[in-house]
Design a protein around this ligand. Structure first.
Ligand SMILES: C[S@@+](CC[C@H](N)C(=O)[O-])C[C@H]1O[C@@H](n2cnc3c(N)ncnc32)[C@H](O)[C@@H]1O
Ligand SMILES: Nc1nc2[nH]cc(C(=O)O)c2c(=O)[nH]1
Ligand code: SF4
Ligand SMILES: [Mg+2]
Length: 239
């Protein structure tokens, strides 16, 4: 079995972001990313500050049951960029055999054939504030493959820090008008230890994002969300 570097397995908790926000889920967070976003809230997956455990699909499933017991029926795979790991194919297969729903978080830079079998795929292209560059051809291919899956869902989720990011999101929305679109409040304070302090600040950022989008017709068909887990638990890892 192909091995997967794993940074953390946690839950059950709620999915705090995007298209299935509020869903009770377990998380598997893989190591390694082809991007280096300036504001990455999970930089420990790629900056060498934390060490990954190299695991095969069977031992990941075992760990999920050890932590989650019978208290879950949904697993979200995030990272890092999970798409760089071919071993996730067997993980998805094992979870499906157990009747467990799956979701993935990726930036849409690298296609993986196992995406086809995931129930909810969230693609999060990166706006200018991240300092990353979008490969539009790769993203076109992604959206095209995802759109053709029967009985499975996907969405675009763009993190917004400033007006330039909003213009980028508008470009993405125009390019893929049929893809469900989410705008997410960017967390610009990754060092605050007090959840309460961060909460007030992020709610202000959420209000700003709402005010920027309400009288702009380009956003008539978009969903605007905060990171719910960050409002609840701040910058804490593993929640
Ligand atoms: C850590 S990433 C891992 C998955 C994948 N690499 C990606 O970026 O989509 C998970 C989600 O967190 C978002 N994210 C990362 N840093 C953030 C921040 N500082 N504020 C808000 N969202 C952030 C990403 O845009 C992505 O949607
Ligand atoms: N509760 C919770 N929801 C999340 N949604 C996306 C997350 C991620 O880091 O990918 C995440 C996370 O780390 N925790
Ligand atoms: S793509 Fe995702 S994991 Fe990679 S650096 Fe950006 S936010 Fe972090
Ligand atoms: Mg996160």
């Amino acid at each position: 079995m192909k091995k997967i570097p794993v940074l953390e397995i946690f839950g059950p908790t709620i999915q705090g972001e995007g298209m299935v926000i509020g869903q009770k889920t377990m998380f598997v967070r893989t190591g390694g990313c082809d991007y280096r976003c300036s504001w990455c809230d999970s930089a420990f997956t790629w900056d060498g500050s934390q060490k990954a455990a190299v695991m095969d699909a069977a031992s990941i499933v075992e760990k999920l049951y050890e932590k989650g017991t019978n208290l879950f029926s949904h697993v979200t795979i995030s990272g890092g960029n999970p798409a760089i790991h071919p071993g996730i194919h067997s993980l998805i297969e094992e979870l499906r055999n157990q009747g467990i729903q799956t979701a993935v978080e990726t930036q849409g830079s690298i296609w993986a054939e196992w995406m086809i079998d995931i129930d909810e795929v969230t693609i999060s292209p990166k706006p200018p504030s991240s300092l990353m560059k979008t490969d539009w051809e790769k993203l076109d291919y992604y959206i095209n493959r995802l759109e053709r899956r029967p009985n499975k869902a996907f969405s675009l989720k763009i993190v917004i820090f400033n007006k330039e990011d909003l213009e980028y999101a508008a470009e993405v929305h125009t390019r893929y008008p049929n893809a469900p679109m989410f705008l997410q409040v960017g967390n610009d304070d990754l060092t605050e230890k007090e959840a309460g302090m961060l909460r007030d600040h992020l709610l202000e950022r959420y209000e700003w994002l709402i005010s920027e989008t309400m009288d702009d017709a380009r956003w008539n068909d978009v969903k605007i969300l905060p990171q719910l887990h960050t409002l609840l638990w701040g910058n804490k890892q593993g929640v």
